[in-house]
Design a protein around this ligand. Structure first.
Ligand code: KG4
Ligand code: ZN
Length: 331
């Protein structure tokens, strides 16, 4: 069974081919233009999806060595995401499914981030916990099966990736700032202490951190106008250390509460070297099994959509052609 996966929920246009659950290709067209604006501009994103979608699908078919006529089903991201971006992927998927007379499979973007763990060799056993951390999401999922997932903790304000990106803006770094902060943090020491928010249960909050960084920088710049230039690596190391500790503390709590020791990471922020190291260290100290997929399966990609689609295909879970994209979609 050959499945074409399509992802267009934010600023990346992606297409992938999965054959019997194995990834044959995973193609992506990013949108550099948003760097100019310091964040994703929805109108610009949807127009760029229109430009990219056909070439990306053709490239995915070419790299997989698959003919269009061999596609057995089309899986697409229905939501959550930017509505103008989603419309492009959903409409394309519908048109292709109609012309080839094949089933159409709607996929929840967060379910797909979790299912990305089934694209590689090392797959977590059920049940497992999955921390999804990206520019748009920060959730701890309790995953009982490919179809039974529960959000047991989530951010009440900003996502972890946003915390990195908004800090970068304060520091005058390029967007997205996560990778830049990660790189600079390696040259510095976490000597500045930013407060950890006190949020009950397994939920996260990052907006207070952003405010405390802002006030801290204002105060220090009053004393030394070149404070940011002089101490950039130390500031980055301190911010990263705090973001990682916020994530890890809730993850430890989730393991304690559920008794589940198989812990997986997903989303763009899972590229962060501080977070990877913290998860691997904690895992070896506390006897957890950690699962960190290849980076191309961490960020937004279409292989995860095609893999989630494959499991839904096996379950006979198809949708009809009246399906519409949804900006917000509960699990
Ligand atoms: O999953 P993703 O590609 O897109 C969505 O947001 O859905 O994640 C992008 C986010 C951005 O906020 C970016 O700054 C962050 O992931 N990111 C990182 C790193 N690489 C990407 N954050 C921290 N450290 C990194 N190495
Ligand atoms: Zn995502």
């Amino acid at each position: 069974m050959i499945i074409l996966g399509i992802e267009s929920s934010c600023d990346d246009t992606a297409a992938a081919i999965v054959a019997d659950g194995k990834v044959l290709s995973n193609c992506i067209a990013g949108q550099e233009i948003h760097r100019l604006y310091g964040g994703v501009v929805p109108e610009v994103a949807s127009r760029a999806h229109q430009v990219h979608i056909v070439p990306v699908v053709n490239e995915a078919l070419k790299q997989a060595g698959v003919l269009r006529s061999e596609i057995g089903a089309v899986a697409f991201t229905r939501g959550p995401g930017l509505i103008g971006s989603l419309i492009v992927g959903v409409s394309f998927a519908k048109g292709l499914a109609m012309s080839l007379d094949i089933p159409l499979i709607e996929v929840h973007h967060l379910q797909a981030h979790v299912m990305a763990h089934f694209a590689g060799e090392r797959q977590p056993p059920f049940p497992f916990l999955c921390l999804i951390v990206s520019g748009g999401h920060t959730q701890i999922m309790l995953v009982r099966s490919p179809f039974d997932m529960e959000i047991i903790g989530q951010t009440i304000d900003d996502a972890a990736g946003e915390a990195f990106d908004k800090t970068g803006k304060l520091l005058g770094l390029d967007y997205p700032a996560g990778p830049v902060i990660d790189r600079l943090a390696k040259e510095g020491k976490p000597v500045f202490d930013f407060p950890e928010p006190h949020i009950s249960g397994l939920d996260f909050s990052f907006s207070g951190l952003k405010t405390s960084i802002l006030y801290f920088l204002r105060k220090e710049i009053e004393r030394d106008p070149a404070f940011i230039q002089n101490r950039l690596p130390d500031i980055c190391a301190s911010v990263q250390t705090r973001i990682v500790s916020i994530l890890m503390n809730k993850l430890k709590k989730a393991v304690q509460q559920t008794g589940i020791r198989h812990v997986a990471l997903a989303g763009g922020v899972s590229a962060n070297s501080g977070l990877r190291e913290a998860l691997l260290n904690t895992a070896s100290k506390l006897g957890w099994e950690a699962y960190i997929p290849k980076f191309e399966y961490c960020t937004d990609n279409a292989a995860m959509i095609a893999i989630a689609g494959y499991y839904k295909y096996l379950d006979g879970d198809f949708c009809d052609h009246s399906v519409t994209p949804v900006a917000r979609w509960a699990m």
